[in-house]
Design a protein around this ligand. Structure first.
Ligand SMILES: Nc1ncnc2c1ncn2[C@@H]1O[C@H](COP(=O)(O)OP(=O)(O)OP(=O)(O)O)[C@@H](O)[C@H]1O
Length: 332
C-alpha cells in the first residue's frame, strides 16, 4: 500500500521557565509528543483517538508544518515537511479544532473565494470551486450571509470548505465534530465518508470513541504523547475479548463502596461517574471470566445496601480498549 504520510520517531517538547524567589529560574520540559511513529496509507481514514491533552493537535500541527518537531521526521507524499514545508503543504487541507482562521465579517462564499485566491486559484476557478463546495456542504442557501451570524456547525462547515478549496489529496481534520449538535455531527461524518469515497486520505483526531470507530479504517490510540495501540477498530476491540464489560447503575452507593469493588478477584478496572441529578453512580467494571464474578459483584453491592437500578453487559468499545490499556476513561 502506498503511503500518504510517514511519521518517524517524532517528538515535541515544550519548555517553560519556572521562576522561584532568590533562585535561578528553572527550565521545565513538557513532552507533548513523545516518540511517535506511524504510517497513513493513501485513501484511508486514519483516526487519532485520545483524551484532552494527549498530543493530537500538536501532532496535526507538526504534520501540517505549523510546528517544528523537536526530533523526528514527517513525510507527506514523500516530501519532508521540515525541509520542504511549502511543497508538502500543497498536498494538505487542514481544519484545526475551533478554527478561527475564517473571516467572520465576510460571507461564506467570500471566505472560500478569498482562500481560493490565496491558494493560487484563478478567479473563475475559485468562484466555481467555492460554488461546488458550498453545494456539497449543504450551505448554498446561506452562502451570501456573513459568517459571524452562523451556528457553530455552519462555521465548522465553512472552515472545512476552506480546507477543501485547494483540492488537496490529504485532509487533516482536528476534532471535526467538536461542539456540534448530534444531527450536524452525523451530517459532517457522512461528508467525511464521501471524501474518502472520492479517494482522499484523511487524518482525523477525536476524543469521541464512537466517531473514531465509525469513521476510521485504522485507529491509533494516543495518551500522554505516546501511541499505545494502533489497528483496525474491530481488531482493537477483539484484542480485549477476554475482558468483559459490565455497567451498573447504583442508588445509595458511595465512592468507598465503589473502591471496594476493585478488591474483588478477577475485577480489572472500575470507573464511576456520579450523576448528581438522580443521585446515582454509573459504574463501569472490567472483569475477567463470566458468571461467578458477576454474582460476586452483585452480592457485594447488595451487602453494602446499595440498590441496583440497572445492569448491562456490553460488547467492548474503543473506550474499553482505552480503559484496559490506561486504567482511565477517555473523558477524564
Ligand atoms: N505551545 C505550547 N506550550 C506549552 N505546552 C503546550 C503548547 N501547546 C500544547 N501544549 C501542551 O501539550 C499537551 C498536548 O496538547 P494538544 O493540544 O496536542 O492535545 P490534544 O490531544 O489535541 O488535546 P485537546 O483535545 O485538549 O486539544 C497539552 O498538555 C498542552 O497543554
Amino acid at each position: 500500500m502506498e503511503k500518504a504520510i510517514e511519521v518517524r520517531d517524532v517528538k515535541k517538547y515544550f519548555y517553560s521557565k519556572k521562576r522561584a524567589l532568590f533562585k535561578k529560574s528553572e527550565v521545565k520540559e513538557f513532552k507533548a509528543v513523545d516518540g511517535v511513529s506511524f504510517d497513513i496509507y493513501k485513501g484511508e481514514i486514519f483516526g487519532l483517538l485520545g483524551p484532552n491533552g494527549a498530543g493530537k493537535t500538536t501532532l496535526i500541527k507538526m504534520i501540517t508544518g505549523l510546528l517544528l518537531p523537536t526530533e523526528g521526521t514527517i513525510l507527506v507524499l514523500g516530501i519532508d515537511v521540515v525541509k520542504e514545508t511549502i511543497k508538502a503543504q500543497r498536498n494538505i487541507g487542514t481544519v484545526l479544532a475551533g478554527d478561527r482562521s475564517i473571516y467572520w465579517k465576510l460571507t461564506a462564499r467570500e471566505n472560500l473565494e478569498y482562500f481560493g485566491a490565496l491558494y493560487g486559484l484563478k478567479r473563475k476557478e475559485a468562484k466555481e470551486r467555492a460554488e461546488m463546495i458550498l453545494e456539497r456542504l449543504g450551505i448554498s442557501e446561506k452562502a451570501d450571509q456573513i459568517v459571524e451570524k452562523f451556528s457553530t456547525g455552519m462555521k465548522q462547515k465553512v472552515a472545512l470548505g476552506k480546507a477543501l478549496m485547494p483540492n488537496a489529496p490529504i485532509l487533516l481534520l482536528d476534532e471535526p465534530t467538536l461542539g456540534l449538535d448530534p444531527q450536524s455531527a452525523i451530517n459532517l461524518r457522512e461528508i467525511i465518508l464521501e471524501f474518502k469515497r472520492e479517494g482522499k486520505t484523511i487524518l482525523l483526531t477525536t476524543h469521541y470513541m464512537e466517531e473514531a470507530d465509525f469513521l476510521s479504517d485504522r485507529v491509533a490510540i494516543i495518551d500522554s504523547g505516546k501511541i499505545i495501540a494502533l489497528d483496525k477498530p474491530d481488531n482493537l476491540k477483539k484484542s480485549i475479548n477476554e475482558v468483559k464489560t459490565m455497567k451498573l447503575e447504583l442508588m445509595g452507593a458511595s465512592y468507598e463502596i465503589i473502591e471496594g469493588l476493585k478488591n474483588l478477584e478477577k475485577v480489572q478496572n472500575v470507573l464511576s461517574h456520579y450523576n448528581q441529578q438522580n443521585r446515582t453512580f454509573e459504574v463501569t467494571i472490567h472483569h475477567y471470566d463470566g458468571e461467578s464474578v458477576i454474582h460476586e459483584i452483585l452480592d457485594y453491592v447488595l451487602k453494602k445496601k446499595a440498590k441496583v437500578l440497572n445492569i448491562n453487559v456490553e460488547e467492548p468499545s474503543l473506550e474499553d480498549v482505552f480503559i484496559h490499556l490506561t486504567g482511565k476513561s477517555l473523558r477524564e
